[in-house]
Ligand binder design. Structure first.
Ligand SMILES: Cc1[nH+]cc(COP(=O)(O)O)c(CN[C@@H](CCC(=O)O)C(=O)O)c1O
Length: 305
């Protein structure tokens, strides 16, 4: 990722991509206290637009607040930085990565007195779980790793340190030939994917784990709530067991990177017809209409760069 042309916004300045470096004694590198966002910009007929920029930027600030980090910029400055990075790198559609971290003034568990930094990078990033996955659905494994307990790590913070759990779950699943992992919470109820929220459909009703199962409050998850309302689909947030997933009619993951990715199999058990289900297809189509600016009802969610 480091050897490419382009610009990265770093603490208020645009720096050359290859020069965007930090010291090895950076506190976050050692202890993992930092926060990030995943944001996408899409090519619309009015130009390139960032999807739900305000919600993503607010979540970044909320993540920092939960981690007792004070970002030394305003929300407006960080929004402007994201727009600038897309423009400067002349990206028609892309994935943006804002990251805030604690500097290298001193080490030791307490970061008090260390500087808080922020950067924004952007790059072209296609289908996170593959084009084939978007169409046919992916194969998922229930992870042997448990999702975070809500009072051990702060699950509403998109915290750097939360992702070791995701990394291990994803690596275990892909080592065993699956595409992604689904994690259970400490009580054994379904939480979410390693980097996605989960939805299942049964008898025409759409279900998703309520946030007490430790899933991130996904912005794409919230977008699906609006889409279900528009499509007249009943949506229920509840505790979901892994065997309820086994006997569902359809299932899909959602996320900024994953977008809406159908799940065709869990633990080698076919879900529904073993391919993208009809309601999932409708929801997926509605999602892509929205993010590509084809649904005027959600024009306010798209910020032109
Ligand atoms: C654990 C987790 N849960 C749910 C979501 C969905 O949240 P949202 O993007 O607001 O709908 C994401 C986003 N995962 C990001 C990281 C992907 C990566 O590999 O890095 C993303 O989709 O950008 C998660 O990381």
């Amino acid at each position: 990722m480091e050897d490419r042309d382009g610009k990265i916004w770093m603490d208020g300045q645009l720096v050359d991509w290859r020069d965007a470096k930090i010291h090895v004694l950076t506190h976050t590198l050692h202890y993992g206290c930092g926060a990030f966002e995943g944001v996408r910009a899409y090519k619309t007929d009015k130009g390139t637009a960032i999807f739900r920029l305000r919600e993503h930027t607010e979540r970044l600030f909320n993540s920092a607040k939960i981690l007792r980090m004070k970002i030394p910029f305003t929300i407006e400055q960080v929004e402007a930085a994201q727009k600038q990075v897309v423009r400067e790198n002349q990206l028609e559609s892309c994935y943006l990565r804002p990251l805030t971290w604690i500097g290298s003034e001193k080490l030791g568990v307490s970061p008090k007195g260390n500087k808080v930094h922020l950067m924004v990078a952007a790059w072209a990033w296609g289908a996170y779980l593959g084009e084939e996955g978007l169409k046919r659905g992916i194969r998922v494994k229930t992870s042997s790793y448990t999702r975070h307990h809500v009072n051990i790590t702060m699950t509403q913070a998109k915290a750097v340190s939360n992702y070791t759990n995701s990394i291990l779950a994803n690596m275990e699943a892909t080592d065993e030939g699956y595409d992604e992992a689904m994690l259970l919470d400490p009580s054994g109820f379904v939480s979410e994917g390693a980097g996605e929220n989960l939805f299942v459909i049964k008898n025409g009703v759409v279900y998703t784990p309520d946030l007490s199962a430790g899933a991130l409050n996904g912005i794409t998850r919230n977008t699906i709530f609006h889409i279900c309302q528009d499509l007249g689909l009943k949506l229920v947030e509840k505790r979901i067991t892994r065997d309820e997933v086994y006997i569902c009619d359809e299932a899909f993951f959602t996320g900024t990177a994953a977008e809406v990715t159908p799940i065709r199999e869990l633990d080698r058990i076919e879900l529904g017809t073993g391919s993208r289900g009809p309601i999932t297809e409708k929801i997926q189509a509605a999602f892509f209409d929205i993010v590509n600016g084809r649904n005027p009802k959600y024009a306010h969610w798209l910020t032109l760069v």
